[in-house]
Design a protein around this ligand. Structure first.
Ligand code: MN
Length: 232
């Protein structure tokens, strides 16, 4: 087989303790999955989960112990952080019941759902797709994946984000409106999940803007941290 031009290299994320890497297929994201964040965005109550996607090549993959570079994106004056627990799917399926959903999880990572909030808000107002606000280049930083068996009690882990050493977001995975198993149940009714899929599970309250020069440190207890520096 020959190609018109060189196909892009496969996108992959390091796995803690292994030399093999996790090859990425798709990135699914869950919207408004913590009550206090839903409130700060102007919504209340438990609504069915909803999803959007980012392209796999929007990932900024940060090797363990490194600081990732996060280029300030074009077109925005309000570039927001959203710290999230990322679920790495190791076994695919459709219509996966919540009771079996965790068997489909390979591991977990710390991720950031970076958002051009001004563009997202404008698209919301006009009833248009969120892509320009959510699915832009470099919008999905991620750290190394920790296999589920080594991730400890992830469902009760603390999730936090500091910017320049000051707390911005701090909550617990137990506060997810739709927990990881329920999220997989819902998502797999709409798409057939495959190994290599990532799910950004939603962000707690405290989302706010960052600017060039800022350093972001995200953490989820038991699966390590993710450090990013915003570049001009
Ligand atoms: Mn998000």
């Amino acid at each position: 087989m020959s190609y018109l031009f060189t196909p892009p290299a496969p996108i992959s994320v390091p796995i803690r303790g292994l030399s093999e890497r996790f090859p990425v297929r798709r990135i699914y994201c869950v919207g408004r999955n913590y009550e206090e964040h839903a409130k700060e965005m102007g919504f209340t109550g438990r609504e069915p989960p909803f999803f959007f996607l980012k392209p796999a090549d929007a990932l900024v993959v940060v090797e363990d112990g490194q600081t990732g570079a996060l280029p300030y994106p074009s077109l925005t004056q309000n570039y927001h952080h959203e710290i999230e627990l990322v679920v790495a799917i190791g076994q695919g399926g459709r219509n996966i019941p919540a009771a079996q959903a965790l068997e489909h999880v390979y591991g977990y990572a710390v991720g950031l759902d970076m958002t051009r909030r001004d563009l997202q808000n404008e698209m919301k107002k006009q009833g248009r797709p969120w892509c320009i606000g959510k699915a832009f280049d470099h919008s999905a930083p991620i750290g190394a994946i920790t296999p589920a068996a080594q991730a400890g009690d992830i469902m009760n882990a603390e999730i936090s984000l500091q910017v320049n050493g000051a707390d911005r977001q701090r909550s617990h995975i137990s506060k997810l409106i739709w927990n990881i198993a329920e999220t997989i149940e819902h998502l797999s009714t709409a798409w057939e999940l495959q190994p290599g899929d990532l799910i950004y599970s939603g962000t707690p309250e405290g989302v706010a803007a960052v600017v060039p020069g800022d350093t972001l440190v995200g953490q989820v207890t038991g699966i390590g941290s993710l450090t990013m520096k915003v570049s001009p």
